[in-house]
Design a protein around this ligand. Sequence first.
Ligand code: PGA
Length: 255
Amino acid sequence: MSRTPIIAANWKMNMGPKEAGAFLSAFKEENLCECKGVEKVVVPPFVTIPAVAEALNGCSCLGIGAQDVSDHDNGAFTGEISTAMLLEIGCQYVVVGHSERRQYHGETNAYINKKIKKALAAGLVPIYCIGETLEQREAGKLEEILRSQVEEGLQGLTAEQVAGLVIAYEPVWAIGTGKTASAADAQAAHAFIRSVVEKAFGADAAAAVRIQYGGSVKPANAAELMACPDIDGALVGGAALKADSFAAIIRAAGV
Ligand code: PGA
């Protein structure tokens, strides 16, 4: 089955509305609407999303995602943002379970599972982040960790729902460190994740679900990673803060 690669820019806590405007002007100059066969997404901080939607002015070649979402619909949850609010400001995607949320905000697989269900119920495409720490990898626990993140995070979903979401495999030791997993190691982890999806949700869901790689992806290593059969795009942090390097990574995934 051919899967359309998806390249997403995770801006994290960078890029206020003004800076994003400058980024998008530079990004437009790259003429990437012409670059077919690759889904492109930008994931700004919440407060920047309306400015991005306005600057895109209806252009559908760049999708918009949020970096997190509440597991509740509305009410007394100070600081939280609901799926309905994300839809209202123009989001189509939402990142859930990023390792920084797991590490600094104590998010667990079970909690993230609730957010994934909320996102799917609202019609948002979840980008579900998983990945092991260096200690876990060195202790030989890579497969155990990935299996529990897939099984617990996606628990209770239908095969159709799993087929339509995106998993981002991001080894924690590779995020923002300049250390990328080798293409062979990344491919092996992606193939393992797909096998866990197959066991839990069947062959069709496993063949359809897109699995992005994340962790120090840059123009210099993107093509080698994207050439791996089970790698379907990238979730890019640092290298997606500059329009030209984000564009170069998109081109590496395009056909
Ligand atoms: P990085 O971040 O590309 O800066 O390593 C990736 C991510 O955390 O999504």
